[in-house]
Design a protein around this ligand. Structure first.
Ligand code: GLC
Length: 434
């Protein structure tokens, strides 16, 4: 895995010095192990995949910790909607949920606005060594760790092995090759659409954009984040390419409304040759309950533009577990966090639900790798992170996805969209006091 760009937008170091200083549970947090009564805590979590990951986790946890019950509160799959629901509830003082799944792009916003507990104050330095390199830093803001890394996501290319074999085509390594192969398969009426991805007006489009823009050699900011660089010839090339997928019918017209589930549904119904999605799409496409393409799917790194270093970029995504600062059950919340990032939970996640575990020893375990083809593939991709180190990241991202979405829909030109994105990002990062 090679990572380009640190997730740092605000100046200053995000080194984890505070993790060492803050362990002070004595008196504050009573050990869950000595509790007499059964306590129920509420976990706010999105479905991740439709394959039952949360319920499996809860059952295994309650078996290991019979004094703690987990009440599942289902969150929306759209990360933006989930974030605003939590922001409203927690800033209003709600004590529930106790723990919540939160996106890896949230630590700055949640830390800055006291929407999550600084976990490094309550969990010792030794706890944080279980995670793969870089993840704890990504879950930190100004020296405190706010989220316990739950699973990691990266963007992949899923392809129909059977269709490529029928037409004697290789797995595409460049974007033009993917287009050419799509058109060929569509012309031969082997499949309705070539490529489905995330083009809706939301965070997922920012993820897809980071990949294609980086493939073209573009960036959102310069290296030291002193300048907005999104309005460049490289970005223009990337955006024109994405728009051409729709105008050429390689991607459906409805692409501009597709989030992860819609793209996955088209692919799993057998109506697309290629899909861009996260790790869990593998287990979904191989679940007979949801998929008509079981056993016919391959996974590979995303393509890039010709002449660029292979393979293409994959955006880093993923989810952490955060604690509501108003929760009344901190000891139980921490027990849950320790368990869900430990060996048993992480092995279940990786082997049954094709997620990338955050627990380093599980991630490196050859037996786990054998059962998770996505985990094998992730070691060959180029990772790119979103510029989410600042609390204003939600506005930065919105400036991208809303303008890009308008260009994809054809209501503004790609050049106009990039100009507007540049202006709005500049306005967002120029806000005082951050
Ligand atoms: C996935 C990623 C998350 C990203 C989201 C966008 O859930 O894990 O980081 O923000 O997709 O839709």
């Amino acid at each position: 895995m090679r990572i380009r760009n640190a997730m740092v937008l605000v100046s200053g170091s995000l080194l984890l010095t505070a993790t060492a200083s803050g362990f002070s549970p004595g008196g504050l947090v009573r050990s869950a192990a000595v509790q007499k009564k059964v306590v129920t805590i509420v976990w706010y979590a999105s479905p991740i995949t439709d394959t039952g990951v949360r319920k499996t986790m809860i059952q295994a946890f309650e078996k290991a910790h019979p004094k703690i019950r987990i009440k599942l509160n289902t969150a929306p799959t759209n990360t933006d909607t989930m974030r605003s629901t939590l922001t409203t509830a927690i800033s209003g003082g709600a004590t529930s949920p106790d723990v919540f799944m939160g996106d890896v792009i949230w630590p700055a916003q949640f830390g800055h606005n006291d929407l999550a507990l600084p976990l490094s104050k309550y969990l010792p330095k030794s706890f944080w060594t279980r995670f793969a390199p870089g993840l704890v830093k990504g879950a930190s803001y100004r020296g405190a760790v706010y989220g316990a890394p739950f699973f990691m996501d990266a963007g992949f290319l899923y392809y129909r092995k059977d269709l490529l074999a029928k037409a004697h085509l290789p797995v595409p390594r460049t974007w033009p090759q993917l287009v050419k192969e799509s058109k060929l398969l569509q012309k031969r009426k082997l499949v309705k659409f070539g490529y489905v991805w995330q083009g809706a007006d939301y965070e997922g489009l920012t993820c897809d954009w980071m990949e294609v823009m980086s493939d073209a050699g573009g960036s959102v900011f310069n290296k030291n984040y002193s300048k907005v660089t999104i309005n460049s010839p490289q970005s223009l090339r990337a955006l024109k390419f994405l728009r051409s997928l729709i105008t050429s019918h390689v991607s459906p017209a409805a692409e501009t409304t597709f989030q992860e589930p819609q793209a996955m549904n088209v692919f799993d119904a057998g109506n697309a040759a290629f899909l861009r999605n996260w790790d869990y799409a593998w287990s979904n496409s191989n679940d007979p309950k949801d998929s008509k393409v079981v056993g016919k799917v391959g996974v590979a790194p995303l393509p890039t533009f010709p002449g660029q270093k292979q393979p293409g970029y994959s955006t880093i995504g993923g989810w952490d577990v955060y604690v509501n600062p108003h929760s009344k059950y901190l000891a139980q919340d921490l027990t849950f966090i320790k368990w869900i990032t430990g060996g048993q939970a992480q092995t279940i996640l990786a082997t049954k639900f094709s997620e990338i575990p955050t627990n380093y020893s599980v991630q490196k375990n050859p037996a786990v790798q054998r059962l998770n083809p996505v985990l094998k593939t992730v070691h060959n991709v180029h990772l790119i992170s979103r510029p989410s180190g600042s609390p204003v990241y939600p506005s930065v991202s919105q400036a991208m996805y809303s303008n890009l979405n308008s260009a994809l829909a054809g209501t503004v030109s790609p050049a106009q969209a990039l100009k507007a994105a540049e202006r709005q990002i500049h306005a967002a990062v120029s806000k005082k006091g951050l």
